[in-house]
Design a protein around this ligand. Structure first.
Ligand code: NFS
Ligand code: SF4
Length: 655
């Protein structure tokens, strides 16, 4: 490990490697250089036993100082830091959901601006989920009901009323569990405030209490994300299969290249539209046209709905600029390295920030006012066309690396594909394949890049091993970005990497859908951005409903091989709470307290059925994920046999 950390080429992405090789010694710095400069990283911080909650600190736990100045024990410090991480993630996802809710409110109030309802069927589905009448009512009235409920999900103060978005999207046993443990949230903003207070100096010192509050906060993360996905679908359409391309080879020398980076489709959808409308202006400037391409989750959003190609994922965002071919990188919120501005200054690239709480010094700032969305998007595209004229051809070097991507698998789209095999009960196509042993279960790959491990390396190694062992694979976020870039999201990858069972399963779907699909189904199904992890969890819920059991029995695992952000911590925490084993491929700052570590690894399983697996080695991680699936498929078989033999109705509730 120590040797590896001296190597600047911490990636397996051939496009990233090419850019790194070309810029070696140029003085243009990226995260790959700064990671090396940062070594060795502080072991107190790494294990979670550093506290900076008050300014008597920093307090670090050593042999000589076994407690903080206030007397906080390591378990308090670790648990409190964990809750702060979950809080950061929850606040970010929820703010994203809230932003979309506010745009929807304008539509409901009759001030749609440049936005409109695209997916009436999804609006109906979401409204009916909450019992709002839809038949014969104007769409705007139905939307008003949904938006008012969404707003309450953020702001409700009544202690006796609980989150409807959570209650109505999980199985009843999970709801019971959340109520029983007193972690069922009333609303997002109330819980965030509660947790912030709970982590102040001299507040909660009880690690178990802090961990439960982390889970309650994480459930708010789920609610905020689910709202974000549902409302984005209503606004921009529920994704259906699309064919596109990924990696830096999507940049084109003769086009105005616009990189869309961040998370919220409210902005990126508008820029894509403006770019389509302004082709003539680009031609007048000497280009052949305008090409939009995505980075991180806003890239996933516009890939899923518009087929916009993927430029790169989190760790290599600065390297994309180093190709010299990006004219504008327009960003909204989250996962935007401030380092992009410094790199852009070595080229003609303009960085455009757009959101009041996510600015970068020296960048262009275009205040993205949703009431003038198209006008603002056109302003951004205009800056890109101007920048194109200043492009220095001698600095342009585009790695010729790209792969075909088949994406767009919302749960609705997946259900539609399954329905071609079993129109009466589509989800049974998956449960039957697991029951028969054709599939070994389902794995969701999620999460970021983290240069503590080799960029894209853990993602791909684990996925290939699971595919070989017939696990059905779905992905979101920058994990999906890795697979798209490296050619694992197309039909060829099925031929190359799928085990016999998985291959037979996917080919059966291909065959049944051959008149409908533009291309063959991929090895790994792209379910969207990080907020769309709720799509993957809705799949868990659908499987549990079909088997008529609680989620901890479903042979489903999640893996974040290269987790980095606070959002990854909050997602991992709700996935565990909702019953799934979650592998994390980068050690989180927890082992400084064996007590909190034990809760995450073991006690969580006793209480919730879900638990964490920390494993940095990809081969070991694959074994552990397969083991977790095997345990569940084996138990499922035993329960089913007992059920048939003794004619009991439901599968027992315990796991
Ligand atoms: Ni998710 Fe998406 Fe990527 Fe990680 Fe960041 S972009 S919200 S946090 S780095 S996967
Ligand atoms: Fe130190 Fe306690 Fe302050 Fe933390 S809260 S910095 S442990 S004195």
């Amino acid at each position: 490990m120590a040797e590896k950390k001296k190597d600047r080429n911490r990636t397996i992405d051939p496009a990233a490697l090419e850019v790194l090789a070309r810029t070696e010694g140029s003085g243009i710095e990226s995260a790959y250089d700064r990671y090396l400069n940062m070594q060795p990283q502080c072991q107190y911080g790494n294990t979670g036993i550093c506290c900076t909650i008050c300014i008597q600190g920093p307090c670090r736990i050593t042999k000589k100082a076994s407690k903080g100045i206030c007397g906080a024990a390591p378990y308090t410090i670790v648990a409190r830091n964990l809750l702060r991480h979950v809080l950061g993630g929850t606040a970010c996802h929820s703010d994203h959901g809230f932003h979309i809710t506010m745009v929807m409110k304008e539509i409901a109030d009759g001030h749609p601006g440049d936005y409109s309802i695209t997916d009436s069927a999804k609006l109906k589905m979401v409204a009916e989920r909450f019992g709002f009448p839809t038949e014969g009512r104007p769409e705007q009235d139905v939307l008003k009901d949904v938006v008012n409920l969404a707003m309450e999900e953020f702001s409700r103060l009544d202690k006796k009323v609980y989150s409807a978005w959570l209650e109505k999207t999980i199985v009843p046993e999970r709801l019971e569990k959340a109520m029983e443990c007193n972690i069922m949230p009333n609303s997002i903003h109330k819980t965030i405030a509660e947790s912030m207070a709970q982590t102040h100096m001299g507040m909660d010192a009880d690690p178990v209490n802090l961990v439960f509050q982390s889970l309650k906060t994480a459930l708010c993360d789920y609610i905020g994300m689910h709202i974000a996905t549902d409302l984005s679908d209503i606004l921009f359409g529920t994704p259906t299969p699309v064919v596109s391309e990924a990696n830096m080879g999507v940049l084109e020398e003769k086009m105005v290249n616009i990189a869309l980076h961040g998370h919220n489709p409210i902005l990126s959808e508008m820029v894509v539209k403006a770019a389509r409308d302004m082709k003539d202006e680009a031609i007048a400037a000497g280009a052949e046209g305008i090409k939009c391409m995505g980075i991180c989750c806003t890239g996933n959003e516009v890939l899923m709905r518009q087929g916009v190609p993927v430029l790169t994922n989190f760790a290599s965002q600065e390297l994309a600029i180093m190709t010299g071919a990006v004219d504008v990188m327009v960003v909204d919120v989250q996962c935007i390295m401030p380092g992009i501005q410094t790199v852009a200054e070595c080229f003609h690239t303009k960085i455009i920030t757009t959101i009041p709480n996510a600015k970068i010094p020296s960048s262009y700032y275009v205040d993205f006012d949703e009431t003038r969305a198209q006008e603002k998007a056109r302003e951004i595209v205009g800056i890109a066309i101007d920048a194109y004229k200043q492009r220095d051809a001698s600095k342009v070097s585009i790695p010729q690396v790209k792969h075909k991507v088949v994406a767009g698998f919302s749960l609705e789209a997946l259900t539609d594909i399954l329905a071609a095999v079993n129109p009466d009960n589509p989800i049974k196509v998956i449960t039957d394949a697991i029951d028969s042993g054709e599939l070994a279960g389902v794995c969701l790959f999620a999460g970021c890049n983290n240069l503590k491990v080799i960029h894209d390396g853990s993602h791909t190694a684990i996925a290939k091993e699971l595919a070989k062992n017939n696990v059905l694979l779905v992905a979101t976020g920058c994990a999906a970005g890795s697979y798209a870039k490296l050619g694992l999201m197309n039909g060829d990858a099925v031929e190359e990497y799928a085990g016999e069972g998985l291959k037979a399963f996917i080919n059966r779907l291909n065959e049944a859908n051959k008149d409908k699909l533009q291309d063959k189904l991929p090895l790994i199904f792209h379910m969207g951005s990080c907020v769309d992890n709720t799509r993957a969890y809705d799949l868990v819920t659908a499987l549990a409903q079909e088997w008529q059991m609680d989620t901890p029995k479903v042979p489903f695992v999640a893996s974040a091989p290269e987790a980095m952000s606070e959002k990854a911590v909050s997602i991992g925490s709700w996935v565990v709470t909702l019953g799934m084993p979650v592998h994390v491929g980068v050690m989180p700052p927890i082992p400084g307290s064996p007590l909190v570590d034990g809760i995450a690894l073991q006690i969580a399983q006793d209480v919730y059925g879900g638990y964490f697996i920390w494993e940095e080695d990809p081969a070991e991680a694959a074994k552990k994920l397969l083991g977790a699936l095997q345990e569940r498929t084996w138990k499922l078989k035993v329960h089913k046999m007992a059920q048939e033999q003794y004619e009991t109705d439901a599968i027992s509730k315990t796991w």
